[in-house]
Design a protein around this ligand. Sequence first.
Ligand code: CMP
Length: 215
Amino acid sequence: IKKVPLFTQLNEHQLNTLAEICTRRTYKTGTILFQEKEIGSVFYMVLSGSVKIYTTSQAGEEKILSICKSGESFGELSLIDGKPRSASAQTLEECILLTITGQSFLELLRNHFDISLGIMQELSSRLRDTNQQVFDLTFLDARTRVIKTLIKMANSHGLRKGTTVVIKLVLNYDEISQLAGVQKSTLLQVIRDLEEKQILTISASDFTLELSKLR
Ligand code: CMP
């Protein structure tokens, strides 16, 4: 619990009290934690692994809104405003998650200003990300969006050696195109082009991206 950024200001006693009301569980890859429009009852904090937050069209197409990584949290909106879940959540790899009931979550917000501030900071950061996504979808071409998405993946799941980044592939091609907001055919076309220019090398488990050749 100490490692959760939201709780860094709490003292030992408060952490112990909190530990009693949190549940820690390991979830397998691909577990759907909840679906859009369901009633929200729990708040989630990611201790390890990553979770995709996505929305689904009537035709069943998905758009990934965000990927929650270790130290981040999700599922607060429906607990705060009492409305249904605004998006769905599914684990992208094996995850250890902490959960807390909606009632305890609201009590924490009422009793600890630092935790409330932490949630506000996380919401602010998400609004900034969403603004950036609106900008990218409005003003950038598909190729640039794919490249930005690869860089985003490098930041969240990459190991950097000099100008080379090895990106662990927790997303499949469908998911990468959903994150970039492009058709899968466009994604494959851009990837082929980056491979031909030796900017990208692909193996079964990772992408290797040569940052110095990206222009
Ligand atoms: P809630 O609506 O309870 O359930 C879905 C959760 O996904 C939501 O709370 C937020 O925690 C998270 N979420 C919704 N929209 C976004 C977004 N645009 N970016 C990041 N996270 C989001």
